[in-house]
Design a protein around this ligand. Structure first.
Ligand code: NAD
Length: 522
């Protein structure tokens, strides 16, 4: 029934107006979601939302006013009293219905992602699907939230623990996964009994609005999820408001480190997933066909705008001879608007992002690297104003070059060539980021050495993008993460709960304490 409502809205071509209202300019505006209602912001400050394939303005998003943000957090605080006391089975039922509604609407969500973010429709469905898996996992909360018990720690005395929610939690999301990353955040937080204040990326707010509508349709009570929009002042509000107990952030290092510092200073728990530079080590004994295809897919998929994109290849020994074939495979990828049939690589998010990527490519050339495939100035018929960069491969790269040091976040593969596995490991361990890495080999001992010695949080062996499924956690490390407990899985539950420990003693009547004990029990 609820899914039908959403679908019929979409059929009436009001996709963008779900959570939006038309101004006289006919550009739809994104609403706030406060206390169970989609409300128009009274803000005087608005940002344009663009279709990255055309740069047309497709909507506007407000910078929520202080009053609106206060109303949102107050709504979360009020709802917390009843939601945290709601039985765990009731919360589980809400998310069981929610996962079905997301499945029913996956294509509509994907269309919205492609429109606002630019990735291909197939990839956008993957974006929703990987978030959906976290919601499905959240439905196991009745097992995940179990406490511990130890009977008879001394005579007649038992100890047990239970997990309780924290209060109001908040999420701040990036632009590159409009569905998956918000779904890493509020479902885990809410199923644990917290209420949630979400701030989606101001560049792609539509998907979060649709996800909020579906959650409401699934039966989440008013106030359990509130959504505000904006940039710095919304982020500062979240970092500073005393009712907010925990912040989940995903995005750049610049924002993530700032939010970690400011939020922690205010006594909040903060988990901050940030930038990356992921290396794929190719051993000469690897299965060549698999490796080259996996490398190309993982470097250029989503136009390289994935934090787990395999953006740096380290070719070892004879594997350096595979470069021409790598280039041939990359050349075959089709650059096009994400909603066009057969598109492999969509546009970058903004013209500024495209210009930055082009600058980094040029910096490699200027510093002496070899441009084997140049995707700058790619022409996409019918989408001449889009932010496109074609697949680009730069070889002869060294660790001192700008194109190696910075996260490029575009369809650019930089290639380093080394003689030994030890050299490869040494380069990777000197790189400040520790998000993900992969090794391609048919030798188990080599794979074992690599997984033990490389200082990176998520490692693939013949798996190019080793993002853990939700029964595990997303475990990027070093400069890619600040915090103690990671996103989703067991660690996600730990992040969103606190432990209460009860020690109780029930004595038989004849074992009554006879005198005060003034020393520590031994
Ligand atoms: P971003 O940091 O620009 O934006 C993320 C969020 O922070 C947005 O909601 C934005 O409004 C806010 N923000 C932006 N600049 C801010 C500032 N200076 N102060 C306070 N808040 C600010 O990130 P993005 O461009 O949307 O996303 C791309 C980045 O996210 C890449 O670096 C990518 O590697 C990273 N990322 C990491 C992961 C991960 O799990 N490690 C996953 C996805 C993306």
């Amino acid at each position: 029934m609820a899914a039908t409502t959403v679908r019929s809205l979409l059929k009436k071509r009001v996709l963008l107006q779900l959570g939006h209202r038309c101004y006289s300019s006919s550009v739809p505006t994104t609403k706030l979601f406060i206390d169970g209602k989609f409300v128009e912001s009274k803000s005087s400050e608005w940002l344009d939302i663009h279709n990255p394939a055309t740069n047309e303005v497709i909507g506007r998003v407000p910078k929520a006013t202080q009053e609106e943000m206060l109303a949102a957090v107050d709504s979360c605080s009020r709802a917390y009293h009843s939601w945290s006391e709601t039985s765990i089975l009731t919360r589980q039922q809400v998310f069981l219905r929610y996962q079905q509604l997301i499945k029913d609407n996956i294509k509509e969500l994907a269309k919205l992602i492609t429109l606002e973010q630019g990735k291909t429709l197939a990839d956008a469905e993957g974006d929703v699907f990987r978030g959906l898996q976290v919601v499905e996992h959240a439905c196991s909360i009745t097992s995940l939230m179990l406490g511990e018990t130890l009977p008879s720690i001394t005579k007649d005395m038992d100890t047990y623990t239970y997990r309780l929610p924290l209060g109001v939690c908040a999420g701040i999301a990036p632009f590159n996964f409009p569905a998956m990353i918000p779904l890493w955040m509020f479902p885990m937080g809410m199923v644990c009994g917290n209420t949630y204040l979400m701030k989606p990326s101001e560049r792609v707010p539509g998907c979060t609005m649709m996800l909020a509508k579906l959650l409401q349709d699934a039966g989440a009570p008013d106030g359990t999820l509130n959504i505000i929009h904006g940039q710095h002042s919304a982020v500062n509000f979240i970092c500073d408001h005393p009712a907010i107990k925990a912040i989940s952030f995903v995005g750049s290092n610049q924002a993530g480190e700032y939010i970690y510092e400011r939020g922690s200073k205010n006594g909040k728990r903060v988990q901050s997933n940030m930038g990356a530079k992921n290396h794929g080590v190719v051993m000469p004994d690897a299965n060549k066909e698999n490796t080259l295809n996996q490398l190309v897919g993982a470097a250029f998929g989503a136009a390289g705008q994935r934090c787990m994109a395999l953006s740096t290849a380290v070719l070892v020994g004879e594997a350096c001879n595979w470069l021409p074939e790598l280039v041939e495979r990359a050349k075959n990828l089709r650059v096009n608007a994400g909603d066009q049939p057969g598109a492999d690589i969509g546009p970058l998010i903004t013209p500024q992002a495209r210009d930055r990527v082009n600058r980094l490519i040029q910096s490699g050339v200027d510093e002496g690297a070899k441009l084997l495939l140049d995707g700058r100035n790619v022409a996409v018929k019918g989408f001449e104003n889009g932010n496109f960069v074609g697949p680009t491969i730069i070889s002869n790269v060294t660790p001192d070059m700008q194109c190696y040091k910075e996260e490029i976040f575009g369809p650019v593969l930089v290639v380093l060539e080394v003689d030994t596995l030890d050299e490869a490991i040494s380069i990777i361990n000197k790189n400040p980021y520790g998000n993900g890495t992969a090794i391609f080999t048919t030798n188990g001992a080599v794979a074992r050495k690599y997984t033990h010695e490389v200082d990176v949080g998520q490692i693939g062996v013949n798996v190019p993008i080793p993002v853990p499924l939700p029964m595990f956690s997303f475990t990027g490390s070093r400069a890619s993460f600040r915090g103690d407990t990671n996103f989703y899985g067991k660690q996600g539950v730990q992040f969103y709960t606190q432990i209460k420990t009860v020690t109780s003693q029930w004595k038989e009547e004849d074992a009554t304490v006879k005198s005060p004990a003034v020393t520590m029990p031994t």
